[in-house]
Design a protein around this ligand. Structure first.
Ligand code: FE
Length: 176
């Protein structure tokens, strides 16, 4: 245990294999950037996603969603919270009454169901999302018609990157 952890009074948790204050490693991921078209995997018509981090311990992931024109992410339910930060453009949910613009931060509590749409006024969007759990695709009555979790996303990215030359191991380097 390091001195900072002792000073903070964390001696009682030293049997846990979690990083204590001052022990967690910091990392920067910069092998590819937004300009490298290979990192963008199609999610739907006019919608692409770029992975930033896969948390396979907690079933969570961070990604950037990019959409243009009539981009729509079909109606889905989040059993766990989602955080979002709008980088470019404008977007919202068919079920919502707000429009997110650059700099807007969105907190979605567990249990939200919505359909993501690009706001036609801007015609494009780019947003950072932190999904804390799976995505359950549902029909208009709320019946489940599909799902994605951190593992199905990893598998889909690996297949995509193996095919476009970036290489499946790009995904492994983002897993924690
Ligand atoms: Fe969502």
């Amino acid at each position: 245990m390091n001195e900072m952890a002792k000073l903070a009074g964390f001696e009682h948790v030293q049997h846990l294999s979690i990083p204590l204050p001052g022990e967690a490693s910091q990392e920067i991921f910069h092998e590819c950037d937004d300009e490298d078209e290979r990192v963008w995997m199609p999610l739907a018509d006019n919608v692409w996603i770029r992975p930033l981090l896969f948390n396979v311990v907690q079933g969570a992931w961070c990604n950037v969603v990019k959409a243009e024109g009539e981009g729509v992410v079909g109606r889905h339910r989040h059993p766990a919270p989602v955080l979002g930060y709008t980088l470019k453009g404008a977007w919202g949910y068919l079920e919502g009454d707000w429009i997110a613009r650059p700099g807007d931060f969105i907190y979605e509590p567990a249990g939200e169901t919505h359909t993501l749409v690009v706001h036609p006024e801007a015609g494009h969007m780019k947003t950072l999302f932190h999904n804390m759990g799976p995505i359950l695709y549902v029909d208009e009555n709320g019946g489940q018609i599909g799902y994605e979790d951190v593992f199905t996303r990893i598998a889909a990215y690996k297949k995509h990157y193996a095919g476009n030359g970036l290489g499946a191991d790009y995904v492994d380097r983002l897993c924690r």
